[in-house]
Design a protein around this ligand. Structure first.
Ligand code: ZN
Length: 67
């Protein structure tokens, strides 16, 4: 018998088949849930705002690129 965790590739533990641990099982469950519910644009909006803030920081160093 052989098998590896689809999440991290570690050997499968029978108790958590087909994963290696509860953690990886949870990871897969979350992936499955977020895919199944196909969350609309709301979540993307929050992400976008965070990225906009980060983008403001990187703008500074852009000046040096020209020279
Ligand atoms: Zn794993």
């Amino acid at each position: 018998m052989s098998g590896s965790c689809p999440i991290c590739g570690a050997p499968v533990v029978a108790q958590y088949r087909p994963f290696c641990s509860k953690r990886c099982a949870d990871v897969d469950l979350h992936r499955w849930l977020s895919g199944a519910y196909a969350v609309p644009a709301l979540e993307v909006d929050e992400d976008f705002e965070e990225r906009a803030e980060l983008g403001g920081e990187t703008h500074r160093s852009r000046r040096d690129d020209g020279y």
